[in-house]
Design a protein around this ligand. Structure first.
Ligand code: SF4
Ligand code: SF4
Length: 381
């Protein structure tokens, strides 16, 4: 049987338009009542990477959250929501994103994403132990609401990667240190997604983020919402929309290998609107395969010469220190120059594992990735 992905056009975040588009998408995928029962506790796992206003397109838009929450609440589900942001508290991020206001209006509680418990996942291929938020563990079901955005490490952040925020706080950084290679990291994300097993994925691609994502990129209208129970098929479809080969997205490849779904076009049934009408050929995303990052002295030397390195654009830097705080490496691979907080931080590339947490969290988009000259030359041949 084919995996179904519903594509629904939605041209703005106007409340009624989003509400109608969400209703239509849910109908196309089997109806909201197919995913929840009255009295069940359902958590909406939004993307709240960090506290940013909706216009920045960093997080799931509050109007998408509103429309989805209302649909499932109308079937008697007891709704909550949450995410563990990369920086700051879940409540602070929810407030700035506009989601907390909508949630208060709808009387939906913020689930506990500040604390959690260790779980063992026997089927995990890369990882069998996770420290998961209580807000996820204490519910009957999860509905995942990813945002369509570029991502330095994994090319783009979609349905599978959205579950990374189920891991509490700084414990997320530990995975970057343990698994610096993007494919290994993706494999862990797939294990995590398969453990959390959301019932449904609804991607906010109305206005996506291209370029220096997932925080510092630019908004790009894509005018779509995507719905599926198959996260691999949904992510593969989203990749096709942004003209990115799905097999260059490690979470998609590893997700398919794990049996979580399919990325093959012939195994995906598109419902609703037509995929080709929404393809954005010049979407600004890195289209080359990811480079392996391995730990060893020889390979670490190669990392410095083959793998894109983060660099700071000094004119954009406000010396806020977020990059220094975000670096998960012991002793920090980016730090203040002689402890001076008035100067632009500097990198120690010999320590840098290329996790790009600094780039991901920089609020000014002041950190970009520089592709080594040798790779640029190689691309020409
Ligand atoms: S996070 Fe960005 S703006 Fe803040 S200090 Fe680092 S480079 Fe500068
Ligand atoms: S400097 Fe940036 S890319 Fe390098 S390890 Fe630290 S956070 Fe990761």
């Amino acid at each position: 049987m084919k995996s179904k992905v519903a594509i629904v056009q939605c041209n703005s975040y106007e409340t009624n338009e989003v509400s109608q588009a969400v209703s239509r998408g849910l109908e196309l995928i089997g109806g909201a009542g197919n995913f929840v029962k009255a009295g069940e506790k359902i958590v909406l796992k939004v993307n709240l990477l960090v506290g940013e206003v909706p216009e920045k397109c960093v997080n799931t838009h509050p109007e998408v959250f509103r429309a989805v929450a209302k649909e499932f609440a109308s079937f008697g589900a007891i709704m909550s929501y949450g995410d563990s942001p990369g920086f700051g508290t879940p409540l602070a991020a929810a407030r700035k994103s506009g989601i907390a206001d909508v949630a208060e209006e709808l009387k939906i509680e913020l689930a506990d994403f500040k604390d959690g418990r260790e779980v063992f996942y026997e089927e995990g291929v890369q990882n069998k132990k996770f420290f998961i938020a209580n807000g996820i563990l204490d519910t009957d079901g999860v509905i995942s609401l990813p945002k369509l955005k570029t991502h330095a490490l994994e090319r783009f952040t979609g349905s599978i990667k959205n579950q990374f925020g189920c891991v509490v706080g700084m414990r997320k950084g530990e995975f970057h240190v343990k698994l610096p290679d993007p494919t290994d990291f993706a494999s862990m994300l797939v294990d995590l997604n398969n453990y959390v097993k959301p019932r449904l994925y609804i991607m906010d691609g109305i206005v996506a983020m291209e370029g220096n994502g997932p925080r510092g990129g630019t908004a790009r209208a894509m005018n779509v919402l995507l719905f599926s129970t198959d996260p691999v098929a949904l992510d593969a479809t989203a990749s096709r929309l942004i003209n990115l080969n799905p097999i260059f997205v490690p979470t998609t490849l590893k997700g398919a290998e794990s049996g979580a779904g399919t990325f093959l076009e012939e195994e995906i049934e598109i419902a609703g609107d037509t995929l080709k009408d929404f393809i954005c050929k010049d979407f600004n995303v890195e289209r080359s395969p990811v480079k392996a990052v391995k730990k060893s002295r020889v390979i670490s030397f190669l990392n410095n010469h083959l793998v894109a390195k983060p660099v700071i654009i000094p004119e954009k830097c406000t010396q806020c220190g977020t990059c220094v705080q975000s670096c998960p490496v012991e002793g920090k691979a980016i730090n203040w120059q002689e402890g001076d907080h008035t100067k632009v931080p500097v990198y120690d590339y010999s320590k840098c594992i290329r996790c790009y947490c600094c780039q991901e969290m920089c609020p000014e988009g002041a950190i970009i990735l520089k592709i080594p000259t040798i790779v640029k030359v190689g691309k020409r041949f």
